[in-house]
Design a protein around this ligand. Structure first.
Ligand code: SF4
Length: 217
């Protein structure tokens, strides 16, 4: 099966998944969206109200702010993949529970393995914790970390800046650094080695027909 078909299969599995209690309260699961081949992948926490309604990631106020931040990094939404660590909305936007994170983790692991991005940008504590053990977002926001063959850049979640406006300048500055990093103009400092391994399910042979624009929503 090609990578794009595997991504579509994962999407279908997520849409019908019943592996954790979050399935009961959802209107729509939110698998993620973006092309089937990307250099940069953004990983947030979980769907909120609007995402649950529409089945798309980052479509509410936080999504509008993310679009602004992407533009400041010279990125368009259509050229990055955006998803979350849990694909169904936690009730009342509470934090995902450990068992929910564990049940959902393999979907994200498979998406990362198939998309094979050079850079992963984590948005918020929960996606950061997937890659950076014992990291503190207040200390490492805006910094890059070598995790295996990928660069992981840890950022605040855009929604955090909506609730705490004091974080907004930090997010804007961190995305400005991301633009430099992606343009290879200058490194984001400091760059640290992080040991956290990624689960990498078997990646299929390269498909010369890729990248194909994949509608995952
Ligand atoms: S959050 Fe993940 S594991 Fe839980 S029901 Fe949704 S897709 Fe399945």
């Amino acid at each position: 099966m090609s990578d794009i078909n595997q991504l579509r299969t994962i999407r279908e599995e997520i849409l019908h998944c019943q592996k954790c209690p979050l399935a009961k309260g959802r209107k729509n699961a939110v698998p993620g969206e973006g092309p089937s081949s990307v250099d940069v992948m953004f990983i947030g926490e979980g769907p909120g109200y609007h995402e649950n309604q529409q089945g798309k990631p980052f479509v509410g106020q936080a999504g509008m702010f993310l679009d602004e931040l992407l533009a400041s990094a010279d990125l368009k939404r259509e050229e990055v993949f955006i998803t979350n660590v849990v694909k169904c909305r936690p009730p009342d936007n509470r934090d995902p529970m450990p068992e929910e994170l564990a049940a959902c983790a393999h979907y994200l692991d498979e998406q990362i393995a198939l998309l094979d991005p050079k850079v992963i940008v984590t948005l918020g504590r929960f996606s950061m914790a997937k890659f950076i053990e014992n990291g503190k977002i207040t200390q490492i926001h805006g910094k890059s970390h070598q995790v295996g063959k990928r660069l992981v850049v840890t950022m605040y979640h855009p929604a955090a800046a909506l609730h705490q406006p004091a974080l907004r300048p930090a997010l804007i500055e961190d995305f400005s650094k991301l633009r430099h990093l992606l343009a290879k103009e200058e490194p984001i400092e400091p760059k640290v080695e992080a040991p956290a391994p990624e689960t990498k399910p078997g990646k299929q042979e390269e498909n010369p027909s890729l990248p194909e624009q994949l509608s995952l929503f």
